[in-house]
Design a binder for this molecule. Structure first.
Ligand code: F6P
Length: 359
């Protein structure tokens, strides 16, 4: 059995743990493993494919990033080509990829990715490739799994950052607005905001009214709390307005969110007269060593993916649905982002604790 592994989309802490578990579990069975470099690029004439032996994955469980490299611009169905003038456009190279996969003599493809890479995996499976998916994203927005690896590490990083902001914000009696990643899902913002005692948490799932946000800050002032911490998910939407973008989608890319933090900070300063600062935590949330939870989840996902290959259970994603790791059909995963249910106990807990969600 020859298993190919691909890591696509934005990196997430825990990727190397998954790779290591796949390689070791496969070699325990006498199978071979290969890593496709840079998403799917390695099968489309870029960088190539590397043989992954147990030696190559020694000591990588605790390392962030991915030893295979990744890209969020490598969709074989939307491959970017440039004409003589340098203008970019997209072409479908999925047939080339299927041919390259078959020519390499692979028996299975384990694709480790978020919604984008899992959709690619699903579409390749529909074209006949034996695919098993593993959910990866710090955003935690993949459907069919309670959690993706990378999320716990991102929440820990964000929590630590907000903890650190508390002392300076309180000393200066300021308002501090922290913009966190997560795209259209507010999981990172809600979980870290709650854990780090934010006063206001703005989520993409709940359009916010800036007057309600400032009312909360003024109410704190009135009771002698002269500082406030506001956590904003990058995809948060003002009740009257749009979520700002850093860059609009172009060939081979998606919209890049960003700017809501400084927008909220300006609006707060105008309405309260308080000195207000904003910061964007950005890619720090994707970096560093995975937490114990993410390492373990990554290792379990990798081993479960190899067991699925052994059972010839293709067209599925491994889901973390405690107490089980389940095999979820990819068609039940793709195109269905997982958002925070508004009646979830985590949202209710925030409300019970008096945190403003801007509504
Ligand atoms: O999906 C993971 C993620 O980190 C999002 O939270 C964020 O919006 C996006 O990727 C950033 O992408 P890039 O690395 O291309 O800036």
């Amino acid at each position: 059995m020859r298993i190919a592994i691909s890591t696509g989309g934005g990196d997430a802490p825990g990727l190397n743990a998954v790779i290591r578990a796949i390689v070791l579990s496969a070699h325990t069975r006498g199978w071979q493993t290969y890593g496709i470099r840079r998403g799917f690029g390695g099968l489309l004439g870029e960088d190539g494919v590397v043989t992954l032996t147990p030696d190559k994955v020694r000591g990588i469980t605790h390392l962030g990033g991915t030893i295979l490299g990744t890209t969020n611009r490598g969709n074989p169905f939307r491959w970017v080509v440039k004409d003589a003038q340098g203008n970019a456009s997209e072409i479908d190279r999925s047939d080339d990829l299927v041919s390259a996969f078959q020519a390499s003599g692979f028996d299975a493809l384990i694709t480790i990715g978020g919604d984008g890479s899992l959709k690619i995996g699903y579409d390749l499976w529909k074209k006949g490739l034996p695919v098993v998916g593993v959910p990866k994203t710090i955003d935690n927005d993949v459907a069919g799994t309670l959690s993706s690896f990378g999320f716990d590490t991102a929440v820990s990083t964000a929590t630590e950052a907000i903890d650190k902001l508390h002392s300076t914000t309180e000393s200066h009696e300021r308002v501090m607005v922290v913009e966190l990643m997560g795209r259209d899902a507010g999981w990172i913002a809600l979980h870290s905001g709650l854990a780090a005692s934010a006063d206001v948490i703005l989520l993409p799932e709940i359009p916010f009214d800036i007057e309600k946000v400032t009312a909360k800050i003024k109410a704190r002032e009135a009771t002698g709390r002269h500082f406030s911490i506001v956590v904003v998910g990058e995809g948060a939407k003002p009740l009257h307005g749009e979520t700002p973008l850093v860059e609009r989608r172009s060939a081979g890319t998606v919209d890049r969110l960003g700017g809501i933090g400084s927008m909220v900070a300006m609006a707060i300063a105008e309405r309260t007269g308080k000195e207000t600062r904003s910061l964007v935590l950005g890619h720090l949330q994707r970096g560093g060593s995975p937490t114990t939870f993410d390492r373990l989840l990554g290792l379990r996902f990798g081993a479960a993916a190899v067991r699925a290959v052994g059972d010839r259970a293709f067209g599925v994603m491994i889901g973390f649905n405690p107490p089980l790791l389940t095999r979820v059909p990819l068609e039940q995963v793709v195109g269905r982002s997982k958002h925070i249910p508004l009646d979830s106990d985590t949202v209710l807990t925030a409300r019970d604790l008096g945190i403003s969600l801007g509504d």
